[in-house]
Ligand binder design. Structure first.
Ligand SMILES: NC(=O)c1ccc[n+]([C@@H]2O[C@H](COP(=O)([O-])OP(=O)(O)OC[C@H]3O[C@@H](n4cnc5c(N)ncnc54)[C@H](O)[C@@H]3O)[C@@H](O)[C@H]2O)c1
Ligand SMILES: O=c1ccn([C@@H]2O[C@H](COP(=O)(O)OP(=O)(O)O[C@H]3O[C@H](CO)[C@@H](O)[C@H](O)[C@H]3O)[C@@H](O)[C@H]2O)c(=O)[nH]1
Length: 402
């Protein structure tokens, strides 16, 4: 099948390479000239494990362009453009812009993969007069290709049976359970899933706060409650909180959307509030072991919002950096992949030069650093170190002082 992809970020590219691997012809369109040019030269614009290799393997079946007319004979067109939150509300301008341009050139079925509030697919149908299916994406960055090939479920929201059947057929190779819904329900499923996961992390972070007051370890609590199948062990890692390109914007988008239709999502709003406090928590713990940070050099280990990505969007690590700077500290940082406006140094230099250290992302490289870090004021914000191997000047999220 000839498949169009509009928006070549992590979602568009993962969808593209995975469907190309299944033998489909892919036409990718993006308004970002640099991004398209890089892809034409086999260079992905982002770091995602396996992406460059998959792009090279399937390059013969993948075309990239800034010109929407290349979508003219595509049978299915995925919309995978950004849907940022602006002033606390979802901004759908990129989706509607894509829809208007698709309308000019194409006749295929539109499948919306971007995360959008309920009612958006119906609006895209009004704009384009084409068949529109909501097919939300649940991939995680760092695992994007695996999650696209082997999702836990495929959600297909469609008010037109034939169009829904076509998209269902496209993903049938995944063997994942398929949930057929209305477009509004499919759109809401995506927000309910992300909100639930964000709530789960904020919940364990509140228990972590309590553990710090007591002689308790949140990891012990999380392990024990996670063995209850109804709770499950996933998304129970206490730390500096959730960041990234999805949870922060999606929880804001759905809470403001809910308010607009007359409902307050109190639990999701509380989860946001808990999350906003996380960087302050890191600073509080650091001050406990090194006193005021003014005039001192603090090393932040990890800038990406989570390991195995170079993505720093809404990264809590960067919020910690800003907070340290506001307090008058000089900040240096090390991250295996991510970059920022902070002075970047090697791992060894970061540790040697620092008066204090905060571990902000749980890169594997940071495990086993106890001998190098012992004796320095250290805050383990992601629980990668063994507290038994650290000295007095050590604090960890969710660990009471013993
Ligand atoms: N990042 C994730 O892990 C993830 C997972 C599931 C769902 N989502 C959702 O999928 C969507 C895309 O996310 P992403 O992280 O891939 O985004 P991204 O910002 O990395 O990429 C989006 C791309 O869309 C392009 N674009 C914007 N407007 C366009 C237009 N009118 N025409 C053509 N191209 C246009 C941008 O130039 C950019 O290259 C968002 O709605 C996001 O919430 C993201
Ligand atoms: O136990 C946990 C799990 C996650 N996090 C943090 O939560 C954030 C999000 O992590 P993760 O969900 O792994 O990353 P994303 O790639 O943002 O993926 C989420 O957001 C995507 C975009 O909507 C969805 O498709 C995915 O299903 C959903 O997991 C990160 O900052 C993590 O550090 C924790 O603090 N503790």
């Amino acid at each position: 099948m000839r498949i169009g992809i509009v928006g070549l970020g992590v979602v568009g590219l993962s969808t593209g390479v995975v469907l190309a691997e299944q033998g489909h012809e892919i036409v990718g369109v993006d308004i970002d000239q640099g991004r398209v040019h890089g892809l034409q030269c086999r260079r992905p614009p982002i770091y995602e494990p396996g992406l460059e290799e998959a792009l090279n393997r399937n390059f013969e079946r993948m075309k990239f362009s800034t010109d929407y007319s290349s979508l003219s004979d595509a049978e299915v067109i995925f919309i995978t453009v950004s849907t940022p939150t602006v002033d606390g509300r979802i901004y759908l301008g990129y989706v509607f812009d894509a829809a208007r341009k698709i309308k000019e050139v194409a006749r295929g079925v539109i499948a919306i993969k971007s995360t959008v509030v309920p009612g958006t697919a119906r609006k895209v149908k009004e704009i384009t007069n084409l068949k529109v299916v909501s097919n939300p994406e649940f991939l995680r960055e760092g695992n994007a290709l695996h999650d696209t090939e082997s999702p836990d479920r495929v959600v297909i929201g469609s008010d037109d049976k034939e169009a829904g059947d076509l998209i269902q057929e496209l993903w049938s190779f995944t063997k994942a359970p398929v949930i057929r819904t209305t477009t509004d329900e499919a759109e809401l499923i995506k927000y309910a899933a992300n909100s639930f996961l964000a709530v789960k992390v904020s919940f364990i972070n509140e228990i972590a706060n309590l553990c710090e007051r007591l002689n308790c370890d949140v990891n012990v609590i999380a392990r024990a409650i996670g063995l209850d199948k109804r709770i499950s062990p996933y998304f129970l890692s206490a730390g500096l909180g959730w960041g990234g390109s999805c949870f922060p914007k999606d929880t804001l988008a759905i809470t403001s959307f809910a308010r607009d239709v007359g409902e307050k999502l109190r639990i999701v709003e509380a989860a946001i509030e808990v999350n906003q406090e996380r960087p302050f928590r890191a600073l509080k713990l650091l001050k406990e072991v090194m006193g005021e940070v003014r005039g001192k050099t603090v090393c932040v280990l990890g800038l990406a919002f989570k390991p195995n990505t170079d993505d720093t969007r809404e990264s809590v690590a960067l919020k910690v950096v800003n907070l340290l700077r506001q307090e008058g500290a000089m900040v240096i940082a090390y991250d295996p992949k991510a970059r920022s406006d902070v002075e970047m140094v090697t791992l060894d230099e970061c540790i040697t030069r620092a008066d204090g250290v905060i571990i902000a992302t749980e890169w594997d490289e940071f495990r086993g650093l106890e001998p190098k870090l012992r004796g320095k004021p250290v805050v383990d914000g992601r629980r990668v170190l063994d507290p038994a191997k650290m000295g007095q000047e050590f604090r960890a999220i969710g660990l009471g002082v013993r």
